[in-house]
Structures are given as structure tokens and as C-alpha cells.
Design a protein around this ligand. Structure first.
Ligand code: EPU
Length: 421
């Protein structure tokens, strides 16, 4: 298993290119199952989660070809010869459950393993099931698998979600494109990844309105056709690398960064005393002098502060001036980075979904362990701002969501290297 070694060595300077969004690409890829014609994605990120989704789609009979060093994914679902998403793949990555809606809509049946819990929470699929049942599907849980069928096809319906779940909105939206009649998804998720999915589906011939708002309306069509679609910028990779100069000092330009993707996050950076400005090529972040100020944060669905940036923000708050309170409202167990940060000298108390961080002058390098994707990158950021050497082990989590992280950070002057054991 690989580890990453980082050494704190002062301010960072330069440019970091931001990739296409993992969480957009993972929902755009299953959209290929909706059509017999090819779907090509450009600006795809090079990540292990994308390989896992490719394996899953291939196991169903789709063809997935990776071109231009992985930046282009050419997919064709002309012959879907298997409708079972196996536990061996689904357990590796929860986003595998996004094949359920498209398979059901196109084939009239699908068998998808229930993913089970993961490190950050239980993450059930009740809202996905609720929405698909409203569209007329019959869904049964047998031997750990969801058996879904719609022998007479899906029918449009009004579906009001009790929580604006990203995955449930995506599964229902994809299924509704081929349902008969009109579907309205109320209290839909408003994340940019939903807008990106709707944009791609429209390019494939779907009739969708209201994406990016809480009410999405879909007019079902008989079939979807092929399309080429660029994956939206990864707002979480963007926010993560914006924190590098904010935390370590210096000035870094994030190429391809867009303010509209990270507004609530940027508001918190401003409160903490960090400069963020728009440039011709993206966003520039600078911290020129002094400690950052402690800021309180509550995670919320988009457009609120993203849960996927909470761990990284907490790392920066460890050396802020004052006390900050971080409330995690999306996942019930997403503070596992806190005890690791404490090993580096941070002063953090966790009670349920609230973490109180009392800022200290400096963190000290230490051996630490990554428990999930965002936790692992928060420990790398902490290591870059700490005195001495930090060894982050179990970094396979990192490779799921950050492409070439060592290269991107060392290009702006960070001391970071990967070692294989
Ligand atoms: N939930 C339910 N029932 C459901 C679905 C969700 O109770 O049927 C709960 C979950 O247990 C969780 C909350 O609702 O507590 C939010 O879940 P949501 O469905 O919105 O999230 P997701 O689709 O499972 C996506 C991202 C996550 C990101 C969340 C929230 C992908 C592949 N994953 O997950 O990304 O944290 O939205 O924004 O899009 C990550 O990239 O590190 C990551 C975890």
C-alpha cells in the first residue's frame, strides 16, 4: 500500500489545473445505458473510481474506451447483455448504484447490489427506491440485491423527496427521461453535478427543465440518441487546492476554477481573511500575512457549504486564530480526520455532529492514517502546513478522487512524494 510523505516548507506559488468532476463523471457514465447510440465524455478525470465505473459498465455489456490518456471516455451501450450489478463491484464504490435508474428505464429490469454502509455513514437507498417506485417500478430486496422491474415501462409522476439527495435525484432523473408522460421531482438536489447531468441528457434528446432549482420537470421521450459532453469542473478538487495557499501561505491560481461553483466556500475563505479573485484563467487565492481567522461552518446541500470540503477546512482551522465550530449535517460520521489531526497537535473536541476546533500556533508532522477520500487530502494539507515530516498511509482513498496530487502540489513548491511499500 502506498503512503504519501509531506514536509512543511512555507508558501506555495504557481498554477494548478483543475480536472473534470469525479462526482459528475460518475453519474454521466451510467447515462450511456439510456441509449443504443454512443456517448462520449471529454474532460474526464483520471481516477480509480472512474476505472471502477468503467468495469461495472463493461460487466453489463457496455463498451468503454479510454482515449487521450483517460481524458476522453467513449462509451457505447448498444448491447446490454447483463442486468446484474454485482456486489464485488458495488461494494468498492457506492456510486455504482447509479446504474439502477438507467437500466430500469431502458431494459425494464435491473438487479443491483445494495451497497451497504461506508466509513462516513450508513447511506441508505430508500429515497432512490421511493422515487423509482413512484415511476411505477416494483422493487424487492432479495439476498442483498435490489430486484427492480417495470414490465409495462415507467410512467411519469410527481415525486417529492424528503431530503434533497444527490444520488436519488440523479437516478430518478435518468429514469424519468424514458418514462411515459411528465415527471416532477420536488425538493430535488441542486448541485452543479445535477445540472451537468441534465445538460448531457438534453444533448442526448431528453426534455428537462428546472435543473439547478428544487423542482425538476422531465417530459419523457421514446428514445435518447448519442452525444458528446464535457464534464464540469470539479468544485471539490478546486476547493481543496484553494485551501493549499490559504493554509500554507503564498499565491496560487486554480486554472479552470469558477466562482459560481464555490460561492459559499469562498464566503468562508473571505471571513477567514483569505483573498480570492477571478482571473482570465480561473481563480487566484492568496494569503500574504498573518494567521487565518477562526470561522464557523455548517455543511449543507448546494448552494451551502459542501460536506466534501469540511475535512480540508477543518485542517486549516487547526492553526486559525480563535475557536471555530464545524457542524456536519449531511453525513453522521464524517469527523474521522479529527483524531488524526489531534495526533499532529491540533486541539479538537467532537460531540456528535459538531466539532470545536481551538486554533493552535503550529501543527507538528506525524504518521497519520487516511480513513476516506476527503480525510486523506485534509491530512496532506495539514502536513504541508506543519513543522517536520508527515507520513499519510492508506492513500488508496486519495487516488479515488484526486488525479496526480503529488505532481499538482509539487509544481507549486510543495515537498510531497509517494512511497510504495
Ligand atoms: N440518504 C438517505 N437515503 C437515500 C439517499 C441518501 O438517507 O436514499 C442520506 C445519506 O445517507 C446521506 C445524505 O442523505 O446522509 C446525503 O446523501 P446523498 O444521496 O445526497 O449523497 P450521495 O449521492 O450518496 C454524493 C457524492 C458524495 C457527496 C454527497 C453530498 C457522488 C458519487 N457522491 O453522494 O461525494 O458527499 O453527494 O454532496 O456523487 C465524495 O466525493 O467524497 C463524496 C462522498
Amino acid at each position: 500500500m502506498d503512503s504519501i510523505i509531506v514536509r512543511g516548507n512555507g508558501p506555495l506559488k504557481g498554477q494548478i489545473p483543475i480536472a473534470g468532476a469525479k462526482n459528475a463523471c460518475l453519474t454521466l457514465m451510467p447515462a450511456t445505458l439510456l441509449s443504443e447510440e454512443p456517448l462520449t465524455l471529454t474532460n474526464a478525470p483520471r481516477l480509480s473510481d472512474i476505472k471502477t465505473m468503467s468495469q461495472l459498465l463493461s460487466s453489463l455489456g457496455a463498451e468503454v474506451t479510454s482515449l487521450q490518456d483517460g481524458k476522453v471516455l467513449a462509451m457505447s451501450s448498444h448491447d446490454i447483455n447483463n442486468h446484474v450489478a454485482d456486489y464485488d463491484i458495488v461494494r468498492k464504490m457506492r456510486a455504482s448504484n447509479l446504474v439502477l435508474g438507467p437500466m430500469l428505464a431502458r431494459l425494464g429490469h435491473a438487479v443491483v447490489s445494495l451497497p451497504g454502509g461506508c466509513a462516513i455513514g450508513a447511506r441508505p437507498m430508500d429515497l432512490h427506491i421511493f422515487g423509482l417506485e413512484k415511476l411505477g417500478a416494483e422493487i424487492e430486496l432479495k439476498d442483498g440485491y435490489l430486484h427492480a422491474k417495470a414490465p409495462n415501462g415507467l410512467k411519469g409522476a410527481v415525486i417529492e423527496l424528503s431530503f434533497a439527495s444527490v444520488g436519488a435525484t440523479e437516478n430518478i432523473l435518468m429514469a424519468a427521461t424514458l418514462a411515459k408522460g411528465t415527471t416532477v421531482i420536488k425538493n430535488a438536489a441542486r448541485e452543479p453535478e445535477i445540472v451537468d447531468l441534465a445538460t448531457c441528457l438534453r444533448a442526448m434528446g431528453a426534455q428537462i427543465e428546472g435543473d439547478g432549482t428544487s423542482d425538476i420537470t422531465v417530459q419523457g421521450v421514446d428514445r435518447l440518441h448519442g452525444a458528446t459532453h464535457p464534464v464540469v469542473t470539479d468544485r471539490i478538487e478546486l476547493g481543496t487546492f484553494m485551501l493549499a495557499p490559504a493554509f500554507c501561505g503564498g499565491e496560487v491560481e486554480l486554472l479552470g476554477g469558477r466562482m459560481d461553483l464555490v460561492e459559499s466556500f469562498v464566503a468562508k475563505l473571505h471571513e477567514a481573511g483569505i483573498d480570492v479573485e477571478e482571473t482570465d484563467k480561473g481563480l487566484k487565492v492568496a494569503r500574504k500575512n498573518g494567521r487565518v481567522k477562526a470561522v464557523d461552518v455548517t455543511t449543507e446541500p448546494f448552494p451551502g457549504f459542501p460536506t466534501d470540503l469540511q475535512a480540508q477546512f477543518m485542517a486549516m482551522m487547526c492553526t486559525a486564530e480563535g475557536t471555530s465550530v464545524l457542524e456536519e449535517k449531511i453525513f453522521e460520521n464524517r469527523f474521522m480526520h479529527a483524531p488524526e489531526l489531534v495526533r499532529m497537535g491540533a486541539n479538537i473536541e467532537v460531540h456528535g455532529g459538531t466539532a470545536t476546533v481551538h486554533g493552535v500556533e503550529t501543527l507538528k508532522g506525524a504518521p497519520v492514517m487516511a480513513t476516506d477520500l476527503r480525510a486523506s487530502v485534509s491530512l496532506i494539507l495539514a502536513g504541508l502546513a506543519a513543522e517536520g515530516e508527515t507520513v499519510v498511509s492508506r492513500v488508496y482513498h486519495l487516488d479515488r478522487g484526486y488525479e496526480r496530487v503529488e505532481e499538482k502540489l509539487s509544481n507549486v513548491g510543495a515537498h510531497i512524494e509517494r512511497v510504495s511499500e
